[in-house]
Design a binder for this molecule. Structure first.
Ligand SMILES: *Cc1c(COP(=O)(O)O)cnc(C)c1O
Length: 398
């Protein structure tokens, strides 16, 4: 049997998403697809908390393509971007921008830490920056940024603000219209709880204006100006073609978004994050980021000294897949656990992850309190969710 996915994407998907993914492909001109795409766009606006004047985009590709799309549609070669780097995805953004010929100013921090807003403000004062880029949750370190303050700063300094929300949207609090973020980009396979393969982004009117003002247009396949009429037509109920959309992925992603009531989802993700951190404390596992900087969607944890086994491999052999370290300075003695998407509604699966990890730690001679960790989980995830688990969601047969 396939192991349970507790890596930070792709994540477990719900029974109804699996069912949607198993349907035969739709024609992109079919009424069913046109309606589904319109629903995708409307649901994205809701989840991103973007107003009607904001434009969602969805096309085939992963989160990295959404990053590339944002970079190439907002900035001309020779312009300057400030990238707040809290891990390897921030560095990826910088590399993408440099390939576009953009001059990049990096503001970094040690792995597991975030630069202060004051430091970022200082750099914005010193450099002729056109756009600020940041990662809501950097999946390589589990550091979560204070996006609201960053957005405020970007508005004050009158620079475009692009947020990589790949490991956040659908789980962490984000208010694109309220906070005034120009682009929030994502992918289908993380906190949104869909299968991998769909690049998603929502652009502000100012972002679309920046695209129209470019001297050097972006590559055709990721040009938002090319995609815009297609998205308008589909949202208006009319078939339209630019490049064949991944119709099956759109169907599965819509099924995933239907399960997200954003207020509930953000509150639940915060509780799951807190509950998992309580469980880690009982297992005597230290988090890489300090509590105030730690994401709710995933955890990055240090591997205790006593543990000699290769933890991710050992867990995989027991049916739970977690991720090894990605950030060079967190190698080799850390690992990462994704706890976003469908599993936030499945306390039984979270418990399985905690129990199996706890058992391996105890086997290795580490003083983990497995029952303490499980009761922490039960204490912090409220009764109503157990009811939801029991009545609304079919159990996956593990
Ligand atoms: C996963 C991830 C990406 C890259 O997404 P892919 O779908 O793997 O291309 C970018 N940024 C963040 C924050 C991520 O977590």
């Amino acid at each position: 049997m396939d192991p349970l996915l507790f890596i930070p994407g792709p994540v477990e998907i719900s029974p109804s998403v699996r069912q949607a993914a198993a349907e035969p492909p739709l024609a992109h001109g079919s009424t069913t697809f046109v309606e589904l795409f319109g629903e995708l766009v409307r649901r994205m606006r809701e989840i991103w908390r973007a107003g009607p004047e904001f434009q969602p985009f969805a096309f085939a590709g992963s989160g990295t393509l959404a990053m590339e799309t944002a970079a190439c549609n907002l900035l001309d070669p020779g312009q300057t971007a400030l990238v707040v780097q809290t891990g390897i995805f921030g560095e990826r953004m910088s590399r993408i921008l440099e390939r576009r010929g953009v001059h990049v100013v990096r503001v970094t921090a040690d792995a597991g830490e975030a630069p202060t807003i004051a430091r970022i403000a200082e750099v914005l004062d010193d450099e002729p920056v056109h756009a600020l880029f940041a990662t809501h949750v950097d999946t390589s370190t589990a550091v979560r940024l204070d996006v609201r303050s960053l957005a405020e700063l970007a508005r004050k300094k009158d620079v475009l603000f692009v947020l990589d929300g790949v490991c956040a949207i659908g789980g962490e609090l984000c208010d694109q219209a309220g906070w005034g973020i120009d682009v929030v980009l994502a992918a289908s396979q993380k906190a949104l709880g869909g299968p991998p393969g769909l690049s998603l982004l929502v652009a502000s009117p100012r972002a679309l204006e920046a695209r129209r003002g470019l001297r050097a247009p972006p590559p055709l396949a990721i040009d938002l100006e090319e995609w815009l009429p297609v998205h308008h037509a589909l949202e208006g109920g009319l078939p339209s073609y630019f490049a064949t959309p991944p119709t099956s992925l759109v169907r599965a992603t819509v099924a995933a978004l239907r399960e997200i009531d954003i207020r509930d989802a953000v509150a639940r993700q915060a509780r799951v994050g807190a509950a998992m951190h309580s469980a880690w404390r009982a297992l005597r596992l230290a988090s890489v980021p300090a509590e105030g900087d730690a994401a709710h969607t995933l955890s990055a944890l240090w591997i205790p000294e006593q543990v000699r086994t290769t933890l991710p491999q050992r867990l995989a052999s027991l049916g739970v897949l977690v991720a090894g370290p990605l950030h060079p300075s967190l190698k080799p003695r850390s690992f990462r656990v994704g706890h976003m998407g469908y599993v936030t509604r499945r306390r039984d699966l979270l418990e399985r992850c905690v129990r199996i990890l706890g058992r391996v730690l105890v086997d290795e001679g580490h003083p983990a309190d497995v029952e303490g960790a499980v009761s922490a989980l039960h204490r912090e995830l409220p009764e109503s969710e157990r009811e939801v688990d029991r009545h609304r969601l079919a159990a996956r047969p593990y």
